[in-house]
Design a protein around this ligand. Structure first.
Ligand SMILES: [Zn+2]
Length: 292
């Protein structure tokens, strides 16, 4: 396969995925019914929302937005957001089927945000920490210059205040509309986390469905502890692309959190409902060891 065909295949896979997402969202907003992506059971949206978007039939952890994630992890009212004023520019005047500017405007309208990342400070059962949360609803949680900068600033605040950093990833990878600028964020965030490490401060990475591309190839896999939600799809390229590239069948579920745990790529699979307690216990341990 030549390089042109390779990118064409990646693009077609990406388009199919976004179409599926759009359809899924249309079902949810129009009818207030949700279909579990894993067991395909139909459930009333409110019912699923009340149980933190975990399928009561098969325990699949459905995607949630940054706000819901923050509510689940942080002590009530403790989250203070930083760097809200940062917004993406369009250094390459990038246009594919739509212009990048247009995509940014649509994402702002859809999510009310200018970035796929919400970052700030909070406490978790009383322990202060810097928290960075990706929102997949904003341009597929893609990593661009603003997202990278927010992560670096969170690390700098953590060093200044002697706190740990938690990053919750949900991302398709680097933002293609920013090209090299977004790829640079992989090195930039990795360097900031290295500084955090040199200061003896902890970094916990939480991988949620989905974590792919430049995100999994940089900060998402650099955690002192790397945890994932049950059933989360995690990898670099999608399964179809890998299969087409290497021409071999791949093991069943090889990009699922449980498979990665079994093969030593991550440290823990943690249920959404016990995430807060697990984070508190780990931070408590780290802070007693390193900070105090
Ligand atoms: Zn289900």
């Amino acid at each position: 396969m030549d390089i042109k065909q390779f990118f064409k295949k990646i693009k077609s896979e990406y388009l199919v995925k976004s179409k599926e997402d759009e359809q899924q969202q249309a079902i949810e907003t129009q009818s207030h019914w949700v279909k579990c992506p894993s067991c395909e059971s139909l459930m009333f949206f409110k019912e699923v929302e009340n149980i933190n978007h975990i399928c009561p039939k098969c325990n699949f952890h459905m995607r949630i937005g940054a706000k819901k994630r923050i509510d689940l992890i942080c002590d009530e009212g403790s989250f203070v957001e930083f760097d809200q004023e940062l917004h993406p520019t369009d250094p390459l005047s990038f246009v594919d089927s739509k212009s990048y500017q247009k995509r940014l405007e649509e994402a702002l309208k859809k999510t009310g945000k200018t970035s796929s990342v919400v970052s700030g400070e909070c406490t978790i059962d009383g322990i202060p920490v810097q928290l960075v949360v990706f929102d997949f609803a904003f341009l597929g949680g893609s990593l661009g210059s603003v997202e990278g900068e927010k992560i670096v600033r969170a690390c700098n605040r953590a060093i200044e205040k002697r706190q740990g950093v938690i990053i919750v990833s949900a991302s398709g990878g680097a933002r293609m509309q920013e090209s090299t600028y977004s790829l640079m964020q992989m090195a930039k965030t990795s360097a900031a986390l290295r500084k955090l490490d040199q200061e003896g401060l902890p970094y916990i990475s939480i991988l949620t469905d989905p974590t792919f591309g430049g995100v999994s190839a940089s900060f998402a896999f650099l955690g002192d502890i790397i945890m994932a939600e049950p059933g989360a799809l995690i990898g670099f390229a999608g399964a179809r692309v890998i299969k087409q590239t290497i021409g071999k069948d791949l093991p069943e579920g090889f990009q699922k959190a449980e498979f990665l745990l079994e093969h030593g790529s991550i440290d823990m699979v943690v249920e959404r409902n016990s995430m807060k307690k697990t984070l508190h216990d780990l931070l408590d341990l780290f802070y007693k060891e390193n900070v105090a």
